[in-house]
Design a protein around this ligand. Structure first.
Ligand SMILES: [Zn+2]
Length: 887
């Protein structure tokens, strides 16, 4: 009996499973009706354990796909689309019949032609629809701790290459199957390493066990702790921008993003929940139904539970499962209950296994391949119609063109133009001045002709408002009346021009002006004007080009001064407050060459001047001009910090501003002194759980000694509660006329005259404001302060959650930015009426001098998803100018 090999013994000890749960012993056990040819590339032969019995590491997954390619070179391609931050290769497999694969390039060209009705006529399209295979893109494992889907990717690939039955062969004859087996290898590696480290003699299904509780940061996110399933509009992470590049080569007709959800649930597939994004068409919704219905048949046959429609909407376009919809494909999310390990004891008493997840994701994968195969022609036809209707929609639209003047913030305009190009839009740049729709534009303005196949993609990224249906909103109000959570899954405002705070004009006409096509490239190389200047070089402050220049110059060891006030130079003209000054006298040796290199990399325009004479404002030697030092910036890391906000903030400073940040674990903040730190960032977090009175005193003392404490979002609420920031948090405004004495059990009687009054009477008293799922709000800026140097008088912030602060008293500090008045506050998205009344004039950014140092508090997250670019100058002032103002 005990004659098992050692390897099998180890596998067995890691796989103790109650008999009622799904057990796997390789590929054949997952789909017993399949008829697999003998193969040397089963998971067991390549990796040493049967399919579905171990959570495969990213490295082993690569080995497995490599083995499939070696074994079936005529049917499998492996193509790279980038590297993760930790250096892992990002790749996808293409699997189809030998015949289809032999003409892979022809397939790609065919889809490109079908995608552009401006270049392809109906006859050619008809022929393409007749001949092209269908196509599907299956994306697995974007959340690294949602573990079963990547294993199902291996199973799906194995199945397609080994099942001899007629049906599977037909699928391959009809379909190009793209498999992205692992969108987030860094997150999965983090999960897998930690998981097997925490396993004992037997696997535990107990949700309290170490196996089932990941340490900070969990495996969901990538290296910079992004939820990459929100990154599909701003493309900040290589895992998503690379995938989008690949998708735009082939326009796969169907895209599926496979996830996991709570282990107590079942399986979710399309059709999706409300609210619907109005830019998704009826024809697309019909396809989603076809796919869901076919999945339902498979799940019924296998006896798997599932649900549809109740959760998971595609309103926000930044999900993997929504972005392809705006290109004319259909896209959807699948969600499997997660065992989050080998075993999970459900609340209903059943044991869910890893193998259950692998099997159900596999069945959903092949069921969807079947739908694409069987509906090949209809799907191609619909794709063509969609792309044609997109061009027509642009021709007939009031928004015939969109123009970015690129004047007030060229860095942001350039980045926005590039982001559109990266997402499949045609963007032109004017080569000379022009006027259209009553406005004059200079050469260099970006022009988007809206009569193009990516029309709806552009609209959803650029429109200031996308409305949810009235009856859906009424339903949400009703739920709020009944103290139920709303059904809005994510943010309701995401307009890129608003988030970048850059001008964008919609026009019902198309300008007639010579243009050049814009290529990808988020930074336009800058230049040095008058490089032989005798006295100094100046950089206008207020955009990311200048910010990147500053961080690079400080790291190069250049001497940089910054003017707190605006000035007018006798020959170079006007410079806003915050502008940078590098004098020849301060910087000897090789300055010119260094500046040329910095201008090119940062995008900054550097202007040389031959005198220091000003016609207005401070001269270089003024006390309003400070010398900047390279600050030592630290960020709180680890529990109880929000991993997202910590990661986003570190990413924005390191990768967008180009400056290193020291991550310090919160426990270290308790144990160590803070000497030598210039700026300490506290991202969102529940600091009261960890920072005791002694730690609070230490932080206060450090601030008083000259430190800059920067608190973000809920960390600012902690700062109030800990007595570090001298203002207050607000409860909800009480309903008018409603009073309920707290200490009395009997009150005077009252007549309730209407149902409306009744609903008012039962509203909670003394409660916090209601939660807002994420809207974009206008905020006004006090431009008369160094912390707002170079910043426009109005900025736009995300508002997420329900923190409302009272404005700080003027003897305690300054309100640097506050939410605009009620008529002008909402920039995009949705707000409940009562919080819309309460928020105007409440602070977004406060500054409080304390001893020699200061506290700077954003009441929301300026680094939210690293796409609130319009707040970057305020943030740079807090990071790089504030230390020069502290003593
Ligand atoms: Zn997920």
């Amino acid at each position: 009996m005990r004659s098992l090999k050692l390897a099998a013994l180890i596998a067995a000890s890691w796989f103790v499973i109650p008999t009622h749960a799904q057990q796997l012993s390789g590929e054949s056990s997952i789909l017993p009706e399949a008829s697999y040819i003998d193969s040397e590339v089963t998971v067991e032969q390549v990796l040493g354990y049967p399919m579905g019995t171990k959570i495969t590491s990213p490295a082993d997954m690569s080995r497995y796909f490599e083995a499939l390619k070696q074994a079936y070179p005529k049917q499998v391609k492996l193509l790279e689309y980038g590297k993760s931050w930790e250096g892992r290769t990002l790749y996808y497999a293409v699997i189809s019949s030998e015949k289809n694969m032999a003409d892979f390039d022809g397939f790609m060209q065919g889809m490109q032609a079908l995608a552009d009705p401006r270049k392809t006529d109906s006859d050619d399209a008809e022929q393409l629809i007749d001949e092209l295979p269908g196509s599907i893109w299956l994306s697995y494992g974007v959340h690294g701790n949602e573990i079963s889907s990547p294993e199902a990717a291996m199973m799906t690939a194995y199945h397609l290459l080994h099942d001899q039955r007629e049906q599977t062969q037909q699928w391959l004859d009809n379909t190009m199957v793209f498999i992205d087996p692992l969108q987030n290898p860094d997150g999965r590696a983090r999960f897998v390493d930690r998981y097997y480290m925490s396993v004992g003699l037997e696997h535990s299904g107990d949700r309290r066990s170490a196996e089932h509780n990941e340490p900070w940061p969990n495996g969901r996110t990538n290296h910079y702790l992004f939820d990459m399933n929100r990154d599909w509009i701003a493309l900040t992470q290589p895992e998503i921008s690379g995938q989008i590049d690949a998708l735009l080569k082939y326009y796969p007709l169907v895209f599926v993003d496979l996830h996991e959800m709570s282990g107590d649930s079942t399986y979710y597939f399309t059709p999706e929940a409300r609210p619907y994004n109005p830019l998704i068409t009826e024809a697309q919704r019909e396809t989603l139904n076809w796919i869901g219905k076919n999945n339902g048949q498979w799940f019924d046959e296998k006896g798997f539970d599932y649900f549809t429609r109740e959760i998971f909407d595609a309103f926000y376009p930044g999900y993997g499962a929504s972005w392809p919809l705006y290109q004319g494909s259909v896209a959807m999310t699948y969600e499997m209950a997660s065992a989050r390990g080998h075993l999970f004891e459900r609340e209903d008493g059943d044991v869910l296994t890893y193998a259950d997840g692998v099997q159900q994701h596999f069945i959903a994968s092949i069921s969807t391949i079947q739908t694409v195969s069987e509906r090949r022609e209809a799907l191609l036809q619909k794709f063509w119609e969609y792309r044609k209707s997109a061009v027509e929609a642009g021709e007939d639209s009031d928004v015939r063109s969109i123009i970015l003047p690129a004047k007030d913030d060229p860095a942001a305009a350039r980045k926005l133009a590039s982001l559109l190009v990266e997402q499949g839009a045609d963007v032109q740049q004017a080569e000379e001045a022009f006027d259209v729709c009553g406005t004059d534009y200079e050469a260099g303005a970006y022009i988007i002709d809206m009569a193009q196949p990516a029309h709806r993609m552009i609209r959803t990224l650029m429109d200031k408002q996308v409305d949810m249906a009235d009856d859906f909103l009424a339903e949400q109000e009703q739920r709020r009346n009944n103290n139920l959570p709303d059904q809005i899954y994510d943010v309701t405002g995401w307009s890129l021009p608003l988030m970048f705070n850059v001008d964008s004009h919609q026009c019902d006409d198309l300008p007639g002006v010579a243009t050049a096509s814009v290529e990808e490239g988020r930074i336009e190389p800058g230049k040095v004007i008058n490089p032989d200047a005798k006295v100094a070089f100046l950089v206008r402050w207020g955009d990311m080009n200048a910010g990147r220049f500053l961080t690079a110059a400080l790291q190069e060891g250049l001497e940089v001064r910054q003017s707190e006030l605006a000035f007018t130079h006798e020959s170079a003209g006007d410079f806003p407050s915050g502008s940078l000054i590098l004098t020849r006298a301060d910087n000897e040796g090789g300055l010119q060459a260094k500046l040329q290199a910095l201008a090119k990399a940062s995008g900054a325009t550097i202007e040389g001047v031959d005198s220091s004479w000003m016609t207005a404002g401070p001269n270089f030697g003024s006390h309003n001009v400070s010398k900047l030092e390279a600050p030592n910036i630290a960020i709180a890391w680890d529990e109880p910090v929000s991993a997202y906000n910590a990661g986003h903030t570190r990413f924005v400073i390191e990768r967008q501003m180009g400056y290193p940040v020291t991550a310090i674990r919160t426990m270290q903040l308790l144990r160590s002194d803070l000497d030598g730190l210039d700026v300490l960032i506290l991202p969102e977090g529940r600091y009261a759980d960890v920072l005791n009175d002694k730690a609070v005193e230490k932080i206060k003392q450090w601030v008083s000694d000259g430190g800059v404490l920067l608190t973000l979002g809920s960390a600012s609420a902690w700062a109030v509660e800990a007595g570090v920031l001298n203002t207050k948090l607000e409860r909800k405004v009480p309903e008018e006329g409603v009073t309920k004495p707290e200490d009395e059990t009997k009150v005077d009687g009252k007549v309730i005259e209407s149902r409306e009054q009744f609903l008012t009477e039962i509203k909670p008293h003394g409660a916090d404001p209601d939660w807002v799922p994420g809207a974009l709000l206008n905020a006004e800026v006090d431009t008369d302060h160094w912390l707002s140097a170079g910043v426009k008088p109005q900025v736009i912030s995300i508002y997420n959650g329900n923190d409302v602060f009272t404005p700080i008293d003027i003897n305690q500090g300054r309100n640097i930015a506050w939410f605009a008045d009620a008529d002008n506050m909402l920039a995009s998205g949705f707000l409940w009426d009562d919080i819309a009344q309460q928020l105007p004039y409440k602070p977004l950014l406060m500054w409080q001098p304390t001893g020699n140092g200061m506290v700077i508090s954003f009441t929301q997250e300026p680094t939210y998803r690293a796409y609130m670019d319009g707040l970057n100058t305020l943030l740079m002032n807090a990071l790089f100018l504030a230390p020069a103002k502290a003593q």
